[in-house]
Design a protein around this ligand. Structure first.
Ligand SMILES: NC(=O)c1ccc[n+]([C@@H]2O[C@H](COP(=O)([O-])OP(=O)(O)OC[C@H]3O[C@@H](n4cnc5c(N)ncnc54)[C@H](OP(=O)(O)O)[C@@H]3O)[C@@H](O)[C@H]2O)c1
Length: 245
């Protein structure tokens, strides 16, 4: 029987690669987007899936997106990958209530409410994968509001795994630097990527997506985070990789 996976932010970048990777082994993706409608429709076309648009900043977005996904797919959703995220720069010394709220809304509250709505409709064996960041295991003060919002999602990954068991598993995947940072050109990324981790190799988005798929399909894993980063978290960094040169 075909299983359905909802990938938030699935039109571009890592979310797109996750949707394509799942589709290769028989999952049918529901490709969620906010602004990247054309890209999401393209991924849906390529995978035999469907695309749905919704701004995760809107009130009630978590439950609304699960309902839209069910309607579009015509069935219940078997897996949820919370990949959509924002990554604006701020620091503890200048973070504002607005920047904290925006980051918490998109990076923590929306995935938590999506997981809650997902769990209500899931059958035994449902799984949520929350995209975290190796940065949580190798802290630096850059992107302060982003970091603390992902720390909240990390905590929720463990406590939702406890709360939703035995029906639904909740897992985290913490990627390293696998795509250019905002405003960074491809050439700079290619040069820096092998230098930021202890394996001295560029981390490929497909390797992160394979880890997501592993978590979806290995039914023994819950309340756990897998860091997929070529050992980037083992290399202490004073600043975010966005500022490497
Ligand atoms: N890329 C990396 O190297 C890296 C490293 C560590 C962790 N991660 C984590 O892995 C995940 C994917 O990374 P990424 O680089 O692919 O993410 P990204 O490019 O920063 O964002 C992914 C998508 O999130 C969606 N999004 C943003 N705001 C939204 C909103 N208000 N409503 C709905 N969707 C919204 C956007 O969809 P639209 O384009 O449709 O607007 C965007 O394409 C993230 O959770 C990130 O924190 C990535």
């Amino acid at each position: 029987m075909t299983r359905t996976v909802l990938v938030t932010g699935g039109g571009k970048r890592l979310g797109r690669v996750i949707a394509l990777t799942c589709a290769k082994v028989g999952w049918r993706p529901v490709v969620h987007y906010n602004t990247s409608a054309d890209e999401a429709e393209e991924v849906a076309k390529e995978t035999g899936g469907v695309a749905i648009g919704h701004d995760l900043a809107l009130d009630g977005a978590g439950h609304a997106v699960i309902e839209k996904a069910r309607q579009a797919a015509g069935c219940r959703i078997d897996a949820l990958v919370n990949s959509a995220s924002i990554f604006p720069f701020d620091e503890a010394r200048d973070a504002t209530e607005d920047s904290l709220l925006e980051n918490f809304r998109i990076n923590a509250m929306a995935p938590i409410m999506l997981a809650q709505a997902f769990a209500h409709q899931a059958e035994d064996g449902g799984v949520v994968v929350n995209m975290l960041d190796q940065k949580l295991f190798n802290l630096n003060p850059d992107h302060f509001s982003y970091t603390v919002s992902k720390q909240a999602l990390h905590g929720a990954t463990i406590t939702m795994a406890q709360a939703f068991a035995p029906k639904v598993r909740v897992v985290g995947v913490a990627p390293g630097y696998n795509l250019p940072s905002p405003g960074q050109d491809e050439k700079t990324f290619e040069r820096l990527a092998p230098t930021v981790n202890v394996l001295h190799k560029r981390l490929q988005p497909e390797q992160v997506a394979d880890t997501v798929l592993f978590c979806m399909q290995n039914t023994s894993i819950t309340g756990q985070v897998i860091i997929a980063d070529n050992g980037e978290h083992l290399k202490a960094a004073a600043r975010d990789v966005a500022f490497a040169d």
